[in-house]
Design a protein around this ligand. Structure first.
Ligand code: NAD
Ligand code: DAU
Length: 351
């Protein structure tokens, strides 16, 4: 094998698309997927590659420093693409410590393991941290996040991601650890856990459940199809410059309420329901505390320097995503049984 790569969080939503891309595109790389399989991790996401000769799965906790050192020693990784994290803003409001532990301490453990194993011999090595646009805070009605926008995180989730970005840069500065960071906007697509807006609303529409729109519904997000994020990660891992940050976004802003109405229309069509049926499920509920008003990414740096641009239009991506959920009811039933019901009632019962 030419290289051995560690991908953390590979059983999650974005991670599974990254693992699939790397396993298929680079048969001469050994891809080690390290994942704790929390509620968000699901090996069903990777059924199509689980028997590939260049793929290995390791169940482990990034918060376990000794386990990280042992894995680095066993595999002698050339590179790390770090995605494992607690990723849902609402959960970070209920339980911030889980985010601080996994996102901050977990990242520190990986950095320490890389530094210890690589011993200053960084030839061909790279630590890639997959981060979020939420570290930049919230925008008003105009403007975009640039790579130079000062950090201003507003939720426990975004603060923990900002802290981990700072740690990665500090290890680069202090120990010369070669790193890259990307900050990406909202992803959507197959395999996303139905706690996030798009899959949660698809699932509720299918089941004729209320669609809980937070606040006035005029919050704005910039949506990117997950496969295009995975393509960007591949390009940045291979061609990005050490010590650089790249913003990744969809050039695709939607106010929540407009996006939800579009989803309702598409779902009516696909489910053969009378137009307007799903929209009757819209229910305005209590807002998310500290809710960021608007995110919008300026992705011109990655576009100009690495030639990346989204390849899937929102129209196509949303349609493919809905079709995927409608065609994978077994996947959806597995992830929405058990603990999901407790989560749903604790999050939404009092809104
Ligand atoms: P996800 O919640 O779907 O997946 C996270 C994965 O990490 C799961 O497989 C989970 O089992 C694993 N994990 C959690 N804690 C772990 C631990 N202690 N040890 C090992 N594994 C652990 O998340 P996602 O939406 O796929 O996001 C992946 C990464 O991308 C995160 O770092 C997130 O901050 C970042 N990101 C997400 C988005 C988005 O829109 N979803 C956008 C930008 C950046
Ligand atoms: O911007 C990147 C970030 O996008 C990632 O770093 C996070 O991991 C990811 O979860 C996502 O964060 P958001 O908070 O923007 O995503 P979420 O899908 O939770 O919410 C999108 C918008 O929809 C937000 O304005 C809140 C709103 N919303 C969400 C839910 C779950 C609702 O109105 N109702 C809901 O039930």
């Amino acid at each position: 094998m030419k290289k051995t790569l560690l991908i953390t969080g590979g059983a999650g939503f974005i991670g599974s698309h990254v693992v699939r891309l790397f396993v298929n595109k680079y048969p001469d790389y050994k891809i080690v997927n390290l994942d704790l399989l929390t509620y968000a991790g699901n090996l069903e996401n990777l059924k199509d590659v689980e028997n590939a000769p260049n793929y290995v799965f390791e169940r482990a906790d990034i918060c376990d420093a000794a386990a990280m050192t042992a894995l680095f020693t066993q595999y002698n990784f050339d590179g790390v693409i770090h995605l494992a994290a607690e990723s849902h803003v609402d959960r970070s409001i209920t339980d911030p410590n889980a985010f601080i532990e996994t996102n901050v301490m977990g990242t520190a453990n990986l950095l320490n393991a890389a530094r210890t194993l690589w011993k200053g011999n960084y030839e061909g090595k790279r630590f890639y941290h997959v981060s979020t646009d939420e570290v930049y805070g919230s925008l008003g009605e105009t403007g975009f996040f640039l790579e130079t926008t000062p950090y201003d995180p507003q939720s426990p989730y975004s603060a923990s991601k900002a802290a981990s970005d700072h740690l990665v840069r500090a290890y680069g500065n202090t120990y010369h650890l070669p790193f890259v960071i990307t900050n990406c906007s909202n992803n959507y697509g197959p395999n996303q856990f139905p706690e996030k807006l798009i899959p949660l609303f698809i699932n509720n529409i299918v089941n004729n459940k209320p669609l809980p729109v937070y606040g006035d519904g005029k919050y704005t997000r910039d949506w990117l199809y997950v496969v295009d994020h995975a393509r960007a990660i591949d390009m940045v891992y291979h061609d990005g410059k050490d010590g650089e940050t790249y913003n990744i976004g969809g050039f695709n802003e939607w106010q929540n309420i407009e996006l939800i109405k579009l989803m309702c229309e598409k779902m009516d069509e696909k489910l053969g329901r009378r137009p307007g049926t799903s929209a009757q499920l819209l229910t305005y509920v209590k807002d998310r505390p500290g809710h960021d008003r608007r995110y919008a990414i300026d992705a011109s740096k990655i576009n100009k320097e690495l030639g990346w641009a989204p390849s899937v239009t929102f129209e196509e991506g949303l349609s493919q995503t809905i079709d995927w959920y409608l065609g994978n009811d077994e996947w959806l039933n597995h992830v929405t049984s058990g603990d999901y019901q407790n989560y749903y009632s604790s999050q939404y019962a009092h809104r």
